[in-house]
Ligand binder design. Structure first.
Ligand SMILES: C[S@@+](CC[C@H](N)C(=O)[O-])C[C@H]1O[C@@H](n2cnc3c(N)ncnc32)[C@H](O)[C@@H]1O
Length: 190
């Protein structure tokens, strides 16, 4: 890994330390529009149980909290710095019990089978240490018929080639690609 790659990883990949804190602030200010678009594709309902993997500074969690009322929202992120930023941003919803955020990895999700109706990950899969294991874990914790959205902006460096095939190999069905001007999303059913 080059020095530049290592700095980008500390800032955005798995935000850590001062650089990670700065990375979180940048993400919170620059990804709002894309995050909204990806969440809208999931057609979240008030009673949905929704998981966000790699929630970063928690902007997506904040949006979800305006859509879900009787359901629940959970998030897992592999950066302590992001758990802190997202928890501060969503303090009220955490206090009411609507939102639960925790440190952890997508490759070992701390949930029972079939816990969620919907799940999303934005600009995150490209930095998971084992993308296939992470997708299989997401498939495990989503109820049959539930949906996922995996969103990517150009900054992620992720290409769409092979992604629907990968999602299908992880156990999802009806995987499809939805594109927009600056980014794309893979949608699939568990
Ligand atoms: C580029 S940031 C994107 C954050 C947020 N989704 C956004 O769009 O602003 C990638 C996020 O994925 C998290 N992440 C990386 N590897 C992970 C893993 N194995 N499990 C869960 N989260 C992970 C990072 O800690 C980071 O918060």
């Amino acid at each position: 890994m080059t020095i530049a790659d290592s700095l980008l990883m500390q800032m955005f990949g798995r935000p850590k330390g001062l650089l990670g804190r700065l990375g979180g602030f940048i993400l919170a200010r620059t990804k709002r529009d894309f995050t909204r678009w990806a969440i809208d594709l999931l057609e979240v309902q008030p009673d949905d149980r929704v998981l966000e993997v790699g929630f970063g500074p928690g902007v997506g969690i904040e949006m979800l909290a305006t859509m879900v009322s009787t359901g629940r929202i959970a998030g897992v992120d592999y950066s302590q710095e992001m758990v802190e930023q997202a928890s501060a941003r969503n303090a009220k919803a955490i206090e009411t019990g609507l939102v639960q955020l925790q440190y952890g990895s997508v490759e070992a999700l701390p949930f029972a089978d079939d816990t969620f109706d919907k799940a999303l990950a934005i600009n995150s899969l490209q930095v998971w240490s084992n993308a296939m294991a992470g997708l299989r874990e997401m498939q495990r914790v989503i109820e049959v018929g539930g949906q996922i959205a995996l969103g990517f902006t150009p900054q992620s460096g992720q290409t769409s080639a092979g992604l629907t095939e990968m999602v299908t190999a992880a156990g999802f069905r009806d995987a499809r690609l939805v594109e927009r001007e600056r980014g794309f999303c893979v949608l699939a059913i568990a």
